[in-house]
Design a protein around this ligand. Structure first.
Ligand SMILES: Cc1cc2nc3c(=O)[nH]c(=O)nc-3n(C[C@H](O)[C@H](O)[C@H](O)COP(=O)(O)O)c2cc1C
Length: 180
């Protein structure tokens, strides 16, 4: 599918998963083909640079990433970075990320880690020539039942990210052009 949303938190009560679902909704209501991957459902192995690449879960996942042109990564912020499952995903699926347009939605504990996805984004840019959408959705702590994340604008901001992802993806990867 042309678009893909990946929920990376392994927490059953994840808030970034809710953000991922909101982002996915904003793609599908525009009648765009958008896949959804929840890492909490996959039980992927840790990358060992060897046997992991033959794991059935990794073998099945890699083409779903390779097929997408625009990808939204929904991640928990852990220790001023994306969570380990998100980084492990890139380690497991490496070259499948070539030339993607990538946007981020993040759930965090506080406001101070706003820039913390940048080392991960740098790797996507420099290792895989991804283009990062310079509009992040960043939701600091709010009650899990608060679907606005304490911020009535979160839905609007997530839609803006989806629209920007589509705009950049269409510009860089016109529908008729195969991904290199
Ligand atoms: C191990 C761990 C490390 C964390 N580190 C940070 C951090 O560096 N900055 C921050 O703002 N929040 C941090 N948090 C809070 C999480 O970002 C917050 O709980 C968020 O909701 C996690 O996303 P999730 O709900 O999708 O799992 C940390 C939480 C845990 C469990």
């Amino acid at each position: 599918m042309r678009y893909l949303v990946i929920s990376c938190s392994l927490n059953p009560k994840s808030r970034s998963r809710i953000l991922a679902q909101i982002a996915h909704k904003h793609l599908t209501v525009k009648n765009l083909a958008a896949d959804f991957i929840d890492l909490a459902e996959l039980n992927l192995p840790m990358c060992d640079a060897g046997a992991c690449y033959s794991h059935p879960g990794v073998v099945a996942l890699t083409p779903r990433i390779a097929d997408a042109r625009g990808i939204i990564i929904a991640t928990a912020i852990y220790n001023y970075d994306v969570n380990a499952a998100a980084k492990n995903l890139i380690e497991l699926t490496g070259d499948a990320w070539e030339e993607k347009v990538v946007g981020f939605v993040c759930a965090a504990g506080g406001h101070g880690s706003y820039m913390s996805v940048m080392p991960f984004a740098n790797s996507l840019m420099l290792d895989y020539r991804c283009v990062i959408v310079p509009r992040f959705v960043y939701a600091p702590r709010a009650d899990i039942n608060d679907k606005t994340f304490g911020d009535a604008a979160i839905n609007e901001r997530t839609e803006e990210l989806a629209v920007e992802l589509i705009r950049v993806t269409d510009a860089l990867h016109p529908a008729s052009t195969p991904l290199l």
